[in-house]
Design a protein around this ligand. Structure first.
Ligand SMILES: Nc1ncnc2c1ncn2[C@@H]1O[C@H](COP(=O)(O)OP(=O)(O)OP(=O)(O)O)[C@@H](O)[C@H]1O
Length: 307
């Protein structure tokens, strides 16, 4: 379990994190989503003790990362997969990490096999593709067989097969009861990987919810087409519906209203050619919430400027 409480971080006058609080629970994959510059990497760096918070705290099962006796066996982290010395071989890197943290050499072979790196352990990291670097970063994070994983953009640079592999691995680790926390810009990937979402914008938490609820909260729309659209729109408006006629000829109404529209069409004697409810996607929900945040911020700024 990761607990982030009232965490703030400023770089000079720049507030990268403003009083953020959230929990990341075991047994689930939790996605950390936010636009560029939202504060995801800063939050992860502070959580892992690489940057000091201005105030607040982040703990792993109640302990700060800096206070953990065997950090690699509690928290596995991937922040920048290119941070490994390019002249070192992948095997040497993993062995050094294992030796300095009291982890057996056998575990190096296990994580290499798990991440598909067994055949390239003798190759220098400088010649690795971004995808191979990511695999090495994930192998390093798994070395200590940790209960918690904190991964910044783990699928960055992976091909579709690699992405599928990471997705399967993260779901498997969560199913074993581990806490998995990852950031990603890839909305489609997050939609099929994460169980839970924490959304951040401009250093503030905008939402934390199970991904299904998050998407459900975004607006659904009922789409209808008819042989006599003008007649149907007239009848729908008489019933008090908030109707929009789209340029492509479709008629849309906010919410799930298919049954009511079917009844109205029947009473009006209008034949329907299409009637369906369109659900929001993760991207719709995300764009909605981050756009609202931008509008809100602009409003606040305008008030400030006028005062
Ligand atoms: N060392 C630093 N010095 C000054 N400002 C910083 C520093 N690190 C981050 N920032 C600023 O803090 C804010 C948050 O940055 P951060 O890298 O955490 O965002 P992010 O959500 O990870 O973005 P991205 O998705 O682009 O990686 C940004 O405005 C960034 O410019």
């Amino acid at each position: 379990m990761i607990t982030v409480e009232n965490l703030s971080k400023s770089y000079g006058a720049k507030k990268a994190l403003s009083d953020i609080s959230f929990n990341v629970n075991p047994g689930r994959v939790t996605g950390f989503l936010g636009p560029n510059g939202a504060g995801k990497s800063t939050a992860m760096r502070v959580m892992l003790g690489l940057d000091a918070p201005s105030s607040g705290s982040a703990t792993f099962n109640g302990q700060r990362y800096q206070d953990l006796k065997n950090p690699l066996s509690v928290v596995g982290a991937l922040l920048d997969s290119r941070a490994v010395h390019p002249g070192r071989t992948a095997g040497a890197h993993l062995k050094v990490m294992a030796t300095t943290h009291g982890i057996s050499k056998r575990r190096v072979d296990e994580v290499a096999a798990l991440t598909g790196l067994s055949d390239v352990l003798g190759r220098r990291v400088g010649g690795f593709s971004l995808g191979m670097n990511q695999r090495l970063g994930i192998a390093t994070a798994l070395l200590g067989d940790p209960q918690v994983l904190v991964l910044d953009e783990p699928v960055n640079g992976l091909d579709p097969e690699g992405m599928r592999w990471v997705r399967g691995l993260l779901k498997h680790l969560a199913a074993e009861g581990r806490t998995v926390f990852l950031s990603s810009h890839l909305m489609s990937e997050m939609a099929i990987t994460a169980d839970e979402l924490v959304v951040i914008g401009k250093g503030k938490i905008l939402a934390q919810a199970p991904i299904d609820e998050f998407i459900k909260a975004a607006r659904e729309v009922t789409v209808v087409r008819a042989l006599d659209p003008a007649g149907l729109v007239h009848s729908m408006k008489l019933s008090g519906m908030n109707v929009t006629q789209e340029e492509n000829g479709a008629i849309t109404v906010p919410g799930e209203r298919a049954e009511e529209i079917g009844q109205i069409a029947l009473s009006a004697g209008v034949a329907l050619t299409e009637l369906r409810v369109e659900s929001a996607t993760l991207e719709d929900a995300y764009m909605g919430i981050t756009a609202e945040h931008v509008e809100y911020a602009a409003g606040k700024q305008a008030v400030k400027d006028n005062s």
